[in-house]
Ligand binder design. Structure first.
Ligand SMILES: NC(=O)C1=CN([C@@H]2O[C@H](COP(=O)(O)OP(=O)(O)OC[C@H]3O[C@@H](n4cnc5c(N)ncnc54)[C@H](OP(=O)(O)O)[C@@H]3O)[C@@H](O)[C@H]2O)C=CC1
Ligand SMILES: O=C1O[C@H](COP(=O)(O)O)[C@@H](O)[C@H](O)[C@H]1O
Length: 520
């Protein structure tokens, strides 16, 4: 907190940041590193204090030591003494149980004392980083104790999952609504904090060449993959109830669909953008329980090999029920029934224990009306626009050109742009920053969440009533065969994602020409 910081015009507004669940995993791995980066970049003025709370007893100093250890484990760069000392001066801890309104009063008293010592502008930002069963109770106790009565602004950041289905989400929303207004509630979807997810809109709306192409006249299909190599790890108690459908599809995958399919907003205004996103969900075709099996594939990983190492199947993981039918993989074919997208399949797939960790969006353009040119296999690959979200950030356009020195042999080349991920702030850093300045563009509005549940609920019902078969796939594979078949029904394939080396497609469409990439 040097003089230099106090004069930084980009500084965030002063406030007390109250973190519920301060001893938890998310706080250690993501939130302290994100807060620290905001501090290190000089974005936090002196009037930002961080107050952690949970049931575990800590003195302020013992808690600061905990945070320091978390930073040492999870911040990529070296932490200088100076940066740490400045950051530590912001940190406090008060023990409390969210069941107990008296503990909230204790926290309120402490916050008031802090506010007397430093100018926090009377602003309070509450972050609920705890199990969802505590969300409603915490919000209600914030109100009952007076902790959420502020002289300045107050905001509530709430972690996922937001409900288990539409009904529970609506109930939670009503409960939160008794203590906070909709514009004070910041529902986190960390995919919206990713650099390249935010870039989708810029790529689409700042490049005139895409504008006339972005519809069913020019686009054949869109594929969105988010694959992970990890299994369920230590999270079975949560994952058994959620599965990949609720864990990834209801939120992150649908958010990427919305960003890809939305109409341009009239202006770059939070609600204008969210309005356009929500319209996509309104046009998203909902499947009846009996239709689900035709468009949605679920899978569960079995034992297999990952990077040459044997790994157990889902049923052997700690905490998983003996005959669990929880899906660890979902692929689906979606349709957005509006003028722009009528007839264009949006394929999504997400799963654990897949060969590589990768998140990508592939826009496949329509075939030429007639083929005049062919590659050496007598084919002509389509043009693709690939937006790479993770682990590399960038995009490439796949085009066809004549192979130099041949008469008319066509080869695919990739015009590629990639950026250093080191320069991109982590999703949580960006989202905390936005919540602090009061920009909720990249947080989810209630109507988005509710429509996403209404789409997911019949699928979840079909799964629980066994109306869609549970396929199995060996760890290290790209999900069950049924996923490939789903895309093949319309003559397609899953395009290979970054890091994948499947000779079949790479050879046909990128092959040796990968070295012909045009950098720009
Ligand atoms: N961890 C992750 O990678 C991710 C987590 N999330 C979401 O973030 C939230 C937090 O997850 P995570 O950090 O993993 O959870 P943890 O179980 O690790 O942490 C839960 C926190 O809540 C506190 N807590 C539990 N019961 C009470 C209580 N009665 N009163 C006060 N504090 C209590 C715990 O501390 P104590 O025991 O000291 O009270 C702990 O600090 C969840 O909503 C999760 O879904 C979302 C994406 C990823
Ligand atoms: O929200 C979640 O996301 C992660 C994947 O996030 P990523 O940023 O690493 O792609 C997933 O592992 C987890 O199960 C889910 O809860």
């Amino acid at each position: 907190m040097g003089v230099e910081n106090q004069t930084n015009p980009r500084q965030l507004p002063p406030h007390v940041f109250v973190l519920f669940g301060a001893t938890g995993d998310l706080a250690h791995r993501k939130l302290y590193p994100a807060l620290f980066q905001l501090h290190r970049k000089g974005l936090l003025p002196d009037g930002v204090s961080i107050l952690g709370t949970a049931r575990t007893e800590f003195t302020h100093d013992a808690f600061r030591d905990e945070v320091h250890k978390a930073l040492q484990s999870f911040v990529k760069e070296d932490i200088s003494d100076n940066d740490w000392k400045g950051f530590a001066q912001r940190i406090y801890y008060i023990q409390g149980n969210v069941d107990n309104v008296e503990d909230f009063k204790k926290i309120n008293q402490f916050v008031r004392e802090l506010e007397q010592k430093r100018d926090h502008g009377g602003n309070r930002l509450f972050y609920l980083s705890m199990a969802p069963r505590f969300f409603a109770e915490t919000a209600l106790n914030l109100k009952a104790s007076g902790l959420s009565d502020t002289k300045g602004w107050r905001r509530l950041i709430i972690e996922k999952p937001f409900g288990h289905d539409y009904e529970s989400a609506a109930e939670l929303n009503d409960q939160l609504g008794t203590a906070f207004e909709e514009d004070e509630i910041y529902r986190i979807d960390h995919y919206l904090g990713k650099e390249m997810v935010q870039n989708i809109e810029v790529i689409r709306f700042a490049n005139s060449m895409f504008q006339p192409l972005w519809d069913n006249r020019s686009i054949q299909s869109i594929q969105i993959t988010s694959s992970e190599t990890v299994g369920v790890e230590e999270r079975a108690s949560y994952y058994e109830k959620s599965g990949a459908l609720r864990d990834m599809v209801q939120n992150h995958m649908l958010q990427m669909v919305m960003m890809t399919a939305m109409e341009p907003p009239s202006r770059l205004h939070t609600e204008a953008i969210r309005d356009e996103k929500v319209k996509v969900l309104r046009s998203l075709r909902r499947y009846d329980v009996d239709e689900v099996k035709n468009h949605v594939i679920r899978g569960q990983y079995t034992a297999g090999q990952m990077n040459g190492k044997s790994v157990p199947g889902y049923l052997e993981e700690p905490g998983v029920a003996e005959n669990s039918t929880t899906e660890t993989f979902v692929a689906a074919r979606l349709f957005i029934d509006n003028f722009r997208w009528a007839g264009v399949p949006f394929y999504i797939r997400t799963g654990k224990r897949m060969p590589v960790k990768s998140t990508e969006i592939v826009v496949q353009f329509r075939d030429m009306p007639k083929h005049l040119y062919f590659n050496q296999n007598g084919q002509l690959g389509p043009n693709l626009l690939v937006i790479r979200i993770n682990p590399v950030e960038g995009m490439y356009m796949q085009m066809n050109v004549k192979r130099p020195g041949t008469e008319n042999v066509v080869v695919p080349i990739a015009m590629e742009f990639s950026q250093s991920t080191d320069k991109s702030p982590e999703a949580y850093e960006r989202l905390l920053h936005d919540a602090m300045i009061g920009d909720s563009t990249f947080f989810t509005r209630w109507d988005e969440v509710s429509l996403a549940w209404k789409f997911v609920d019949p699928i979840a019902q079909a799964f629980s009533e066994d109306k869609a078969p549970l396929h199995h796939y060996a760890s290290g594979e790209w999900g069950p065969q049924a996923s490939a078949d789903l895309v093949r029904e319309q003559g397609g394939i899953w395009w290979p994602v970054y890091g994948e080396s499947t000779p079949s497609v790479e050879t046909v469409l990128r092959g040796q020409e990968a070295s012909t990439e045009v950098k720009f």
